[in-house]
Design a protein around this ligand. Structure first.
Ligand code: COA
Length: 162
C-alpha cells in the first residue's frame, strides 16, 4: 500500500488572466488555488474524492503580482471522523530572485465522500512532533471558536426580516 501523502505543494505562474481591477492577482484566484491545494492534499490523504465543507480564517497579507512564481502549500493538521483540516499557505516570488513572501494563510476543511456524496471515514492522522501537535491544537481551537461564532450569527440571522 502507498504511503499516505500529508503535504502537497502546487507551484505555478500567476497568469495575466488572474488580474483584478488594481492590476494584481484577483483574491478569487488565490482562493481557488487554496481550494485546489487543499483538495489535492485531502484526496492524497484519504484516497477518496473530497469536497470542501468550510474555508475559514483567510488572511491576505500581501498581494500576488502577475508573473510571480506562486507556491500553494497544503498540510494536513487534524482529522475528524470524515473531515480533514488543512493549513494552506500561499507564497509568491519574483522569478528573477525567487525570494518568497508569504501572501495568504487559511485553514480549509474537506470531507471525504462516497459516490453518493455521503461522508466516509478517513484514516486518522496523529501528530508526531511538537510542531505538528501545536498545528493540530490550532485547528481544533479554530473549530471551537467557529462553533460559538456560527451559533451567534445564526441567532442574529433568525432575528432579521430576511
Ligand atoms: C460536506 C457534506 C457532504 C457534509 O454533509 P453533512 O450531512 O453535513 O455531514 P455531517 O454533518 O456528517 O458532517 C461531515 C463532516 O463535516 C464537518 N463539518 C460540517 N460543518 C462544518 C463546518 N462548518 N466547519 C467544519 N467542519 C464541518 C463535520 O464536523 C463532519 O466532520 P467529522 O465527521 O470529522 O466530525 C455536505 O455538507 C455537502 O455536500 N456540502 C457541499 C460541499 C460542496 O459542494 N463543496 C464545494 C463548494 S464550492
Amino acid at each position: 500500500m502507498l504511503e499516505r501523502e500529508r503535504e502537497v505543494t502546487l507551484r505555478f505562474l500567476a497568469e495575466p488572466t488572474d488580474i483584478n481591477f488594481g492590476g494584481k492577482v484577483h483574491g478569487g484566484a488565490v482562493m481557488k488555488w487554496i481550494d485546489q491545494a487543499g483538495y489535492a492534499c485531502a484526496v492524497g490523504w484519504s484516497g477518496q474524492y473530497c469536497v470542501t465543507v468550510y474555508v475559514g480564517g483567510i488572511r491576505f497579507y500581501k498581494p500576488v503580482l502577475i508573473g510571480n512564481v506562486v507556491e500553494a502549500r497544503a498540510k494536513l493538521v487534524h482529522t475528524g471522523r470524515t473531515s480533514m483540516h488543512i493549513v494552506v499557505d500561499v507564497g509568491a516570488s519574483d522569478p528573477k530572485d525567487r525570494l518568497s513572501t508569504k501572501t495568504t494563510h487559511c485553514v480549509i476543511v474537506l470531507v471525504a465522500v462516497d459516490e453518493q456524496g455521503n461522508p466516509v471515514e478517513v484514516t486518522r492522522w496523529r501528530p508526531e512532533t511538537e510542531e505538528d501537535a501545536a498545528l493540530e491544537r490550532y485547528a481544533v481551537k479554530l473549530m471551537e471558536l467557529r462553533k460559538g461564532t456560527e451559533e451567534s450569527v445564526s441567532n442574529l440571522r433568525d432575528a432579521m426580516p430576511l
